[in-house]
Design a protein around this ligand. Structure first.
Ligand code: OGA
Ligand code: MN
Length: 216
C-alpha cells in the first residue's frame, strides 16, 4: 500500500520536476498549467502590452544594472501576486506548490519568488547569460512558462540551454510553445534566446533563497 502511494506521488508533475532537477539540474514539461489558463494568461499579457505596461529589460542588478539592447532587447512587466487575475492566481498557486515540493525533496530553502512577463518582438534576443548575478547567489531556480499559441519550429525563438560555460553546442533546445514550462538551477546553466520571426511571450521567474545579509 505504501509502495503504491509512493508511486502515485512520484507521478505528479511536481515530483517529476524535483526528480529531474535532482538528476540533471533542469526539467521541461507541458502539463503543469492547464491550456485554458495559459490562454487566459496570454490574453492578459497581450492586453497589458497594448496598454503600454512593459519596459525595456535591464541586465545586472543594483548599481550594475544597465539597459543594453545588444545583450537583451525584450520588454518586461513585473508581476505583483497581490494584484493577480484569476489565471495569475493559478500560476502563483502552482509556483507555491512547486516551491514546497522542491524544498521538501531537495532541501533548497527557497523562500521567495519574483517573476515578470516578457515580450520579445520579431528579431529580439537575449544573448547567452547565467541568471545568477555576479557576487550574489539569491536566485536559485529559474522557471519559464511560455504563452505562445501554435508555435512552429520555423518561427525560431528557441531557448538554448548549455551544460556549462565552455560548451558551444546546446544541451537542450526548447521551442516557446504555449504551456511549455522549463525549470533549471539558475547558477548552472548558461542559456540564450534566439530571435524569432513573430512576437514571443513568456512568464519568467526565479525562486530565491533567504537574503542572510538583509536579515542582519
Ligand atoms: C531571462 C531568460 C528566457 C526565455 O529572462 O533571464 O533567460 O526563454 N528568459 O524567455
Ligand atoms: Mn535567463
Amino acid at each position: 500500500m505504501l509502495e503504491r502511494s509512493t508511486a502515485a506521488c512520484l507521478e505528479t508533475p511536481f515530483e517529476n520536476i524535483a526528480n529531474d532537477l535532482q538528476q540533471q539540474g533542469w526539467s521541461a514539461c507541458d502539463d503543469l498549467i492547464a491550456p485554458a489558463v495559459v490562454a487566459e494568461l496570454r490574453q492578459e499579457a497581450l492586453a497589458q502590452w497594448q496598454q503600454g505596461a512593459f519596459n525595456p529589460a535591464g541586465v545586472g542588478r543594483g548599481q550594475d544594472r544597465i539597459i543594453d539592447q545588444t545583450i537583451r532587447s525584450d520588454k518586461v512587466s513585473w508581476l505583483a501576486p497581490e494584484h493577480s487575475s484569476p489565471a495569475q492566481a493559478i500560476y502563483w498557486q502552482t509556483i507555491e506548490r512547486l516551491r514546497a515540493t522542491l524544498n521538501r525533496r531537495l532541501y533548497l530553502g527557497l523562500v521567495d519568488f519574483e517573476a515578470h512577463l516578457s515580450v520579445y518582438l520579431p528579431g529580439d534576443r537575449y544573448r547567452r547569460h547565467v541568471d545568477q548575478f555576479r557576487g550574489a547567489s539569491l536566485r536559485e531556480v529559474s522557471v519559464i512558462l511560455y504563452l505562445n499559441d501554435d508555435w512552429q519550429p520555423t518561427s525560431g525563438g528557441e531557448l538554448l540551454l548549455y551544460i556549462d560555460r565552455q560548451s558551444r553546442s546546446p544541451l537542450q533546445r526548447v521551442y516557446p510553445a504555449a504551456g511549455k514550462l522549463v525549470v533549471f538551477m539558475s547558477a548552472d546553466f548558461p542559456h540564450e534566446v534566439l530571435p524569432a520571426t513573430r512576437q514571443r511571450l513568456s512568464m519568467t521567474g526565479w525562486y530565491k533563497k533567504r537574503d542572510l545579509l538583509k536579515a542582519l
